[in-house]
Design a protein around this ligand. Structure first.
Ligand SMILES: [Zn+2]
Length: 277
């Protein structure tokens, strides 16, 4: 599943490709993608709307349109946007199409069917259920060391599970959580409220660092309109992972074999020596 850095890369690519352009016509092909709309209300609301901005909040991509409307989208497991010219056929699992001028179209396809779209009032955006409970953006001032310490202190849940909760820390998924915990030398199963003040400070820094380095890496490559997420997961970045997906391989710090633990339906990768309980 794309995590904050990947969503950031897709968002900034979309902003470069379609900011200022007009959706001449929008077509919803899978009803459940936008369950609050019908195919006709989806088409009506988006017809002739200009995209004024494409921005990100957490792992949501927000298309700001005119008439005080915003299209909120979430890629979830496998959603992807592609900008196609007229001669290209829609890919399999195409669930929405946005026809632009010059016979180009923006396609949303989703093999796993978990993607999500909603059309809301821009002036009301912070009250929308999907967004209102999100934790502060990790690169904002609001996400301070003090914030992270206080929020960790409030819970005895396992720290890994806790930092994946988007209402506590925003943007991390399984990969970057594993990486940040490894760099901070925190065992993923440790109760959040037992993480020391020093380690909480480290964790704060490394949460930002692992995401920033990934965004930076992805931003250096040219945009391919037909493959916006080429820059991640298979784009070479996995070679940089320190513990994620490295079960049985030597720890880069101490050469102990990396362990994998399964809990809560997810795998946690960690070094049993560097990340002692
Ligand atoms: Zn180690």
């Amino acid at each position: 599943m794309p995590e904050l850095p990947e969503v950031e890369i897709v968002t900034s690519s979309l902003n470069k490709l379609i900011n200022g352009r007009t959706i001449r016509f929008a077509e919803l092909l899978r009803d459940k993608l936008a369950h609050r709309e019908t195919r006709s209300t989806f088409a009506e609301k988006l017809e002739n709307m200009t995209v004024n901005d494409v921005r990100r909040r957490g792992k949501h991509i927000l298309f700001e349109l005119n008439n005080d409307l915003t299209l909120i989208t979430h890629l979830r497991m496998s959603g992807r946007f592609q900008l196609f010219s007229f001669e290209r056929e829609n890919p399999k699992f195409t669930h929405a199409v946005f026809y632009l001028e010059n016979d180009e179209r923006l396609i949303f396809s989703d093999q796993r069917h978990f993607g999500f779209m909603q059309i809301v009032r821009t002036s009301n955006i912070n009250e929308v259920k999907e967004l209102r409970n999100l934790a502060p953006e990790p690169f904002s001032e609001e996400f301070s060391v003090e914030y992270l310490r206080a929020t960790l202190n409030s819970s005895a849940r396992r720290v890994k599970e806790f930092i994946l909760d988007q209402t506590k820390v925003c943007g991390l998924g399984n990969i970057y959580a594993a990486e940040a915990l490894f760099l901070s030398r925190i065992n993923p199963l440790k109760p959040a409220n037992e993480v020391s003040a020093i380690k909480a400070r480290r964790l704060h820094g490394f949460i930002r660092e692992v995401m920033a380095e990934s965004i930076e890496q992805g931003s250096t490559l040219n945009i391919d309109p037909e493959n916006l997420e080429r820059n991640y997961y298979g784009g070479g970045y996995e070679d940089h992972w320190r513990v994620y997906d490295r079960e049985g391989e030597p720890c880069i710090a101490c050469a102990t074999n990396i362990k994998r633990l399964k809990h809560g339906g997810r795998s946690s990768y960690f070094c049993p020596k560097c990340q002692r309980m």
